[in-house]
Design a protein around this ligand. Structure first.
Ligand SMILES: Nc1ncnc2c1ncn2[C@@H]1O[C@H](COP(=O)(O)OP(=O)(O)OP(=O)(O)O)[C@@H](O)[C@H]1O
Ligand SMILES: [Mg+2]
Length: 330
């Protein structure tokens, strides 16, 4: 097994030659980390004449090695990139796939160059432009409608990653004894969360939404459509990290997207803009969409996958009430 290691330039060079991912004469000049990530090992490889990205998944979370994770997840990501390569409008805003090594759970990707992701939005100091919102919704329109299936099948099931996400979105945040002291995130958050963990009506509805998340669907989803997957590059907005992709309900991608517009306080105009520009809003189930929005908001506030969110406790309290109403109102 080849283990990617930023400090072992010679080993990496030998590996890349062996895979024929380097031309004869081409040399690795520098290995660096292109940006923040938690789950996988992601490196930028600069050679004498170009650069590219390699991403390896392991059977644990890169930043927290004590936490297990599906070992082959990057291969699903690779399969997603291979699939979307056939549609120009989608490929043009995602890195192209340069190679897949199924044996070593590793993919090579086009380098999108220096970039910032949009997690800066959690500072609550920036509003997205209409152009940015338009590009984000345009991507979902293209993705959801380019790969629609007439018959649901087993393609890109991504079962283990979906199970992991299911646990973190629909179960863990609502468990009283999950062992996570929310006061370590922000004083007062633990007390704020307790009523939601004890709310049997809410929990029943969230469980139903979780079942929908786990069910098969006709539409190819990005699966993790939030500011951490959106890159601001010198060539415009790009989308990355489809490791949670699957064929499912469109309401999930759109719901997560809208949830983060609420969390980052983009305002009702931004929400309306996205809904108006999403191609087939009338085909969606509004209750399911609102349910996914509400659940994503709650899990980001009281679940384990915390965001660098600069929000006072009173505002979080109001946002939680709002999210609960979204889930329960019929
Ligand atoms: N193709 C690319 N071109 C340029 N930079 C990239 C590319 N892919 C990833 N990056 C940079 O590396 C960072 C981590 O990549 P990515 O999000 O794919 O890793 P991850 O381990 O899945 O992260 P997470 O834990 O957030 O899921 C990105 O935020 C981005 O800054
Ligand atoms: Mg990821």
């Amino acid at each position: 097994m080849f283990i990617l290691n930023a400090n072992k330039l010679e080993e990496l060079t030998a590996y890349l030659y062996q895979k024929n991912w380097l031309a004869p004469e081409e040399e690795v000049v520098e290995i660096s980390v292109p940006g923040d990530g938690n789950m996988n090992c992601v490196l930028r490889i600069r050679t004498s004449n170009r650069s590219f990205i390699i991403k390896q998944s392991r059977d644990y979370v890169e930043k927290y090695p004590q936490i297990a994770a599906p070992e082959k997840r990057v291969l699903t990501e690779g399969a997603f990139y291979s699939k979307i390569a056939t549609v120009k409008e989608i490929q043009s805003v995602m890195p192209s796939i340069l190679g897949i090594d199924a044996e070593n759970n590793l993919i090579a990707l086009e380098d999108l160059g220096p970039s910032n992701d949009y997690t800066i939005l959690y500072d609550l100091e920036q509003k997205m432009t209409d152009l940015e919102l338009e590009q984000l919704v345009h991507y979902l329109n293209n993705l959801h409608h380019s790969f629609e299936k007439t018959v649901v099948d087993e393609e890109l099931m991504n079962t283990e990653m979906r199970r992991l996400n299911y646990e973190h979105i629909f179960e863990y945040p609502f468990r009283i004894d999950n062992g996570f002291d929310l006061d370590t995130v922000q004083k007062g958050l633990q007390d704020l969360a307790i009523p939601y963990k004890k709310d049997t009506i809410l929990k029943r509805k969230v469980e139903q939404l979780g079942t929908l998340y786990l069910s098969k669907g006709k539409y190819l989803l990005h699966g993790d459509y939030y500011p951490g997957s959106w890159l601001n590059t010198t060539k415009g907005m790009k989308l990355i990290d489809p490791e949670f992709c699957f064929y499912g309900l469109r309401e999930f991608d759109l719901g997560v997207f809208l949830a983060h517009l609420y969390i980052t306080e983009q305002g009702e105009a931004a929400i309306s803009f996205v809904k108006e520009n999403y191609s087939h809003l009338d085909q969606l189930n509004k209750n399911i969409l609102d349910g996914f929005i509400g659940t994503e908001i709650i899990r980001r506030l009281i679940g384990l996958a915390q965001l660098p969110l600069k929000m006072d406790i009173q505002t979080k309290s109001s946002l939680l009430v709002f999210a609960r109403d979204l889930i329960l109102k019929q």
